[in-house]
Design a protein around this ligand. Structure first.
Ligand code: R5P
Length: 288
């Protein structure tokens, strides 16, 4: 049985279709003071998947309540599917005195589930903070399919740290790959250009894990246009689009903005349902 938390209903429904599982009904509400309430309506017996993306990040409470309700209703094992895992940026203590947010979240979720599945976490090592078995599903396959359909011939990572994801996508869709590199022209000007590739006349996708304010993408898009790119695509696995991010990208001349359904929005035309369903099937087979 698949249960949906608030905001994750579409993905849960598609997961149920893909896995031929039943879509269970969970009644959820928010009290006037902001407290959340969850009740599983259907009878539960056996494996239960609770699907809840952590966007906005306070959906963490919804997730914990859904997992607890699933267990109390008879779910065994209880599998948390968290397509977008918030708080993964703070995966270390960078400065003395900081909270280790990724570990706090992992421990809280871990206390209520038997398995944890997420999609392209910001840093893979956040999964080490869980004690239960974890799976990081890659969105690279569906992203590559979408770029192949658009005849993209060049995939760029916005920085060197994001190169592995970009390379994986590029290999799958048969495109060239590179990462953008910032260089300082003078005290006022920073330039961003591919380290090696010439983008002139090419169809270029910038692939990142998160589009948040869109600042990173917009800077890159402006530069790529100046360097003669024929078409530009801004692709984020998790599209958060904060504070007019979409407009910022459009102003930067993007031809299309694409994201996946880990965070549903107007640009999430790529679905991660297939690889997530495959991961669930693989864990179920292993458990038998
Ligand atoms: C950063 O480490 C992430 O991978 C993204 O590059 C970042 O979250 C993008 O943020 P923004 O859209 O605000 O530039």
């Amino acid at each position: 049985m698949i249960l949906a938390g608030p905001g994750s209903e579409g993905l849960a429904r598609r997961l149920a279709q893909q896995t031929k599982g039943a879509l269970g009904r969970a009644e959820t509400k928010t009290f006037p003071d902001g407290e959340k309430y969850v009740r599983i309506v259907d009878d539960v017996d056996g494996p239960v998947v609770a699907c809840q993306s952590l966007w906005p990040p306070d959906r963490l409470v919804d997730l914990l309540l859904l997992l607890d309700a699933a267990r109390r209703a008879g779910g065994d094992p209880v599998i948390a599917v968290v397509p977008y895992l918030a708080y993964a940026r703070q995966d270390r203590v960078f400065q003395p005195g900081e909270a280790l947010s990724a570990q706090v979240v992992a421990r809280a979720v871990d206390a209520y589930c038997d398995q944890f599945v997420t999609v392209d976490p910001h840093k893979a090592d956040v999964l080490d903070y869980f004690e239960c078995p974890t799976t990081a599903v890659s969105a690279s396959g569906p992203v590559a399919d979408a770029l192949r359909e658009r005849d993209v011939d060049c995939v760029l990572a916005p920085d060197e740290g994001a190169l592995d994801r970009a390379r994986d996508v590029a290999q799958r869709c048969g495109a060239d790959v590179d990462h953008l590199e910032k260089s300082r022209v003078d005290s006022q000007t920073v330039r961003m250009r591919p380290k090696q590739l010439d983008v002139n006349g090419r169809r270029v996708a910038i692939v990142d894990d998160i589009i948040s304010t869109g600042g990173t993408m917009a800077t890159a898009l402006n530069m790529l246009r100046d360097q003669g790119a024929k078409a530009t695509y801004a692709v984020g696995v998790h599209g958060l689009f904060i504070g007019g991010a979409e407009d910022r990208l459009k102003k930067a001349g993007v031809d299309e903005i694409l994201s996946t359904d880990t965070v549903p929005n107007a640009t999430s035309r790529i679905s991660v349902v297939e690889p997530v369903a495959d991961a669930l099937t693989a864990t179920a087979t292993k458990a038998q």
